[in-house]
Design a protein around this ligand. Structure first.
Ligand SMILES: Cc1cc2nc3c(=O)[nH]c(=O)nc-3n(C[C@H](O)[C@H](O)[C@H](O)COP(=O)(O)O)c2cc1C
Ligand code: SF4
Length: 458
């Protein structure tokens, strides 16, 4: 698919991709127009200056490995893949003196429902991921890396491959980068669209050519990763943030966000908004502002609820959500949910929460890899119970049973997919229990069916 076809797809669906002017202080999506993804345009935007800086190719002395890691620690960058783990701290876990092969892996599997930011980064600014990975490899003394890309966005994989070729030809990748003693080989690899392959150890299994099923942890990838060697895995957006941090300093990045929540974050806003799409804003931006950037609730309807960080994050009712800011701490401490991958799913007053949960529960049941009984069996139970409530066949005991099954999955599985299936159930029961009760008692959903007709964007 060529650029024109991709752009026309977005226009046809009304989805805003990253090239619009409704970001606030963008760092990763700045200056993109859908066509300027190539290396010359990237360099014109200041690209590869951070790599030159650490290698001392800009007239300076260069940065040591410890200095690079210290800068990333200072920046307050937290992993954008979902858990928000501090990136500099993760990098410091890599045993740099390990005598054998070490690996760097980028997680571009992006399968969390609602999340569509990484594909835009790879299609429209792939060199920032490449440069971020080279800097990470330098900091941790790694000579080989892979970017594992979701199988259903093959054009992003092809674009990334094209960018890799450009970087190799320009001397930014390969042996003796820019004439230094540092060498780094980077390859792209595509999956086949399984959600579970986004879980880091399932990803490693898949990358090794095996069935994509999570491993028991510990050992963690830092000591036993790809092919059993020390490995560091970060999300696409995490690596994409690194060149800006090295160019401008850790403190500048931290100040762009709020304490403990440095920098900008890309939010994929979807659902009942006028302009669904990707919006990059500083951490700590009020949700109300983000909603405004996305054109407000579609058709001028009333906001009912928001899933703030991808489908596994518990739902937050409108009144509470409108008081929150978009950062890890506000969403967790005040909202009782998670910022997760930053996929913000907006639901208006016409949405039935039982139906929404049935859809989510089906997803998790379908995507369970089947290794552990609580997840394999429990996700199916959850879906079947919510499905029968939705279809007017629920029993009074179902609500307590839902809560109990969710509780029996949480914390009892090999990977966090089990928790991801249980948390939305608990969130829905906490805030919208009355809708489940109403459907069981009256066999009809409790929604505002009189709301005005939806005005479509365009
Ligand atoms: C079921 C499941 C799916 C996941 N999917 C993704 C994904 O698509 N992309 C991603 O970066 N992280 C995903 N993660 C989180 C990764 O395991 C890992 O924490 C992350 O890639 C680390 O990168 P970060 O520190 O930069 O966030 C997933 C986790 C689980 C449990
Ligand atoms: S929790 Fe679910 S997805 Fe994760 S390993 Fe167990 S069965 Fe597989």
């Amino acid at each position: 698919m060529n650029v024109e076809q991709i752009l026309s797809q977005f226009q046809a669906t009304g989805v805003e991709s990253c090239f619009h002017d409704r970001h606030i202080n963008p760092q990763i999506y700045a200056g993109l127009n859908g066509r300027n993804w190539g290396i010359q345009d990237y360099e014109a935007r200041g690209g590869y200056a951070a790599l030159r800086k650490i290698l001392g190719k800009d007239g300076g002395e260069g940065l040591t490995q410890d200095q690079v890691i210290a800068t990333v620690k200072e920046s307050g960058l937290r992993g954008r893949g979902g858990a928000g783990f501090p990136t500099g701290l993760k990098w410091s876990f890599m045993p740099r003196q390990f005598p054998g092969q070490k690996y760097l892996v980028c997680n571009s599997d992006e399968g969390e429902p609602g999340t569509c930011k990484d594909r835009d980064i790879m299609e429209y600014n792939p060199h920032t991921v490449i440069e971020g990975m080279i800097i990470a490899a330098y900091a941790m003394g790694i000579s080989v890396g892979y970017n594992y890309i979701h199988g259903e966005i093959f054009h992003a994989y092809e674009r990334f491959e094209a960018a890799l070729e450009e970087a190799r030809a320009a001397g930014y990748l390969g042996d003796n980068i820019l004439g230094s003693s540092f060498s780094f080989q980077l390859h792209a690899s595509h999956g086949f669209g399984a959600y579970i392959c986004g879980e880091e150890t399932a990803l490693l299994e898949s990358l090794e050519g095996k069935k994509g099923q999570p491993r028991f942890k510990p050992p963690f990838p830092a000591s036993f990763g790809l092919y059993g060697k020390p490995t560091t895995i970060n999300n696409t957006e995490t690596f994409a943030a690194v060149p800006w941090i090295i160019r401008n300093g850790g403190q500048a990045y931290l100040e762009c966000g709020k304490p403990n929540n440095g920098g900008t974050k890309i939010f994929s806003v979807s659902g009942d908004v006028e302009r669904p799409g990707n919006y990059e804003v500083p951490m700590g931006t009020p949700f109300a502002k983000l909603l405004e950037l996305a054109g407000g609730v579609r058709g001028g309807r009333k906001l009912k609820a928001v899933i703030p960080g991808g489908s596994s994050s518990p739902v937050i009712p409108a009144d509470l959500m409108m008081k929150l800011t978009m950062d890890y701490d506000s969403i967790a401490k005040e909202g009782g949910s998670m910022l997760g991958s930053g996929a913000v799913i907006v639901m208006d007053e016409t949405r039935c929460m039982v139906k929404a949960l049935a859809r989510l529960s089906y997803f998790y049941s379908h995507e369970s890899c089947g290794q552990c009984t609580p997840c394999r069996e429990g996700t199916g139970w959850l879906w079947r119970m919510v499905d029968r409530i939705e279809h007017g066949q629920g029993r009074a005991s179902d609500i307590d049973m839902l809560d109990s099954v969710a509780g029996n999955i949480m914390g009892r599985t090999i990977c966090a997919l089990g928790d991801a299936a249980a948390m939305p159930v608990r969130g829905m029961l906490k805030h919208f229990r009355h809708e489940f009760v109403h459907l069981i008692e009256h066999k009809t959903p409790l929604v505002n069916a009189d709301a005005t007709a939806v005005k479509t964007h365009g």
